[in-house]
Design a protein around this ligand. Sequence first.
Ligand SMILES: Nc1ncnc2c1ncn2[C@@H]1O[C@H](COP(=O)(O)OP(=O)(O)OP(=O)(O)O)[C@@H](O)[C@H]1O
Ligand SMILES: [Mg+2]
Length: 406
Amino acid sequence: MYLRHLSLTNFRTYARLEIDLPSKAILLYGDNAQGKTSLLEAVYVLATARSPHTTSDRQMIHWLAGEETLMPAARLVADVTKADRSQHLEMVLMLEPANTEDGWRFRKQIKVNGTIVKAADLIGQIAVVMFLPDDVEIVHGSPANRRRYLDNALSQVDAEYAKAIDLYAEVLAQRNALLKQLAETGGTPDSADQLIYWDDRLAASGALITLRRQSTIAEIEALADQLHRDLTPERHNLRLRYQPAFNPDQPAASIYQPGLNLDLPTRSPGATLEQAKASFLKQLLSKRSEELARGLTLVGPHRDELRFIADEIDLGTFGSRGQQRTAILALKLAEVQWMRQKIGDWPILLLDEVMAELDAGRRAYLLDQINGAHQSILTSTDPDMFTEEFRSRAKMLKVVKGRIEE
Ligand SMILES: Nc1ncnc2c1ncn2[C@@H]1O[C@H](COP(=O)(O)OP(=O)(O)OP(=O)(O)O)[C@@H](O)[C@H]1O
Ligand SMILES: [Mg+2]
């Protein structure tokens, strides 16, 4: 698939942009702070309805947009061409006056072919894989980075998963609020009933999330392992070790032995959704008194961990910077292959300043791996990092102060 046309209004530094894009490699080059990364971000947001950064959503709207109107808004429009059809996507990010602390509420409106849809229905319209310089955080940063990585990859191909993570976050917040209230005040007579209600909802979405993560990690691991062997002269293997905060395979009839750090074998899950839910509920029950004392939910995918092991070494703890980068490159290229298998089409590839981080051999390997993509958009402050051959093949676009010059 590829974007045929992109139009941005008041998106970050782009006050107004209209651009046709070809189905091939596109190199956006230019000095710092001109708008290269912002353009990749716009495509990512159109694909996922989320920013790739953890920054606040409202920062995506041009900061001068509020001066002309009472309702500051950014508008992103794209025409995407896929194997079997083409589609017109439109997203408006807006700030509305509201009765909140700062007087504003952020809202997104999404249209597919002119019809308003929910964010979850955007899933699958555009698929992207993004390579960012700080992706290495996935290996050595906090576990939240790894969970976000899994969520972002999975949500793009699995609408059920995308719905489950949104629901889980909502239920978790409600359940934590109730536990906190119980911890502080002892609660009301019907608090226990309320807890049972939230347990059930937490376990339903939590079980689905855990099982899907388990099978996805197994699929991506198989691909990443091969790529990692190609990328390391010693042909080191790469293992993705999933450590879920509850064991979905735990038979509901047996007694749960609370012990975190359980490693699930990377294979297709053995448990059904019903079994996993029953086991989640059982493990919640076994943690009940601790949860009530601490006022916090202690079981569930919000506490999952994923470790990267190369040649028996945990890269998050002991890997050199170079080893971590190699693992990330293998992981991201595996994600591209995995997504192709899932959607039966090439995702659009977004590569932000990745060449600068790699040695010559790995640059060549990366470009070779993505060579068949229908569209890849790369950024660089220095186009000389790309070979003459690549530059003659690619569409070269210069980015200057929120404008794009051919
Ligand atoms: N909401 C906003 N409104 C207007 N400008 C913004 C907004 N958010 C960010 N910017 C500005 O947009 C400019 C371009 O940022 P961007 O990250 O796209 O640059 P870049 O070309 O990728 O630069 P670098 O080479 O440093 O990575 C920056 O100067 C930034 O301050
Ligand atoms: Mg940038």
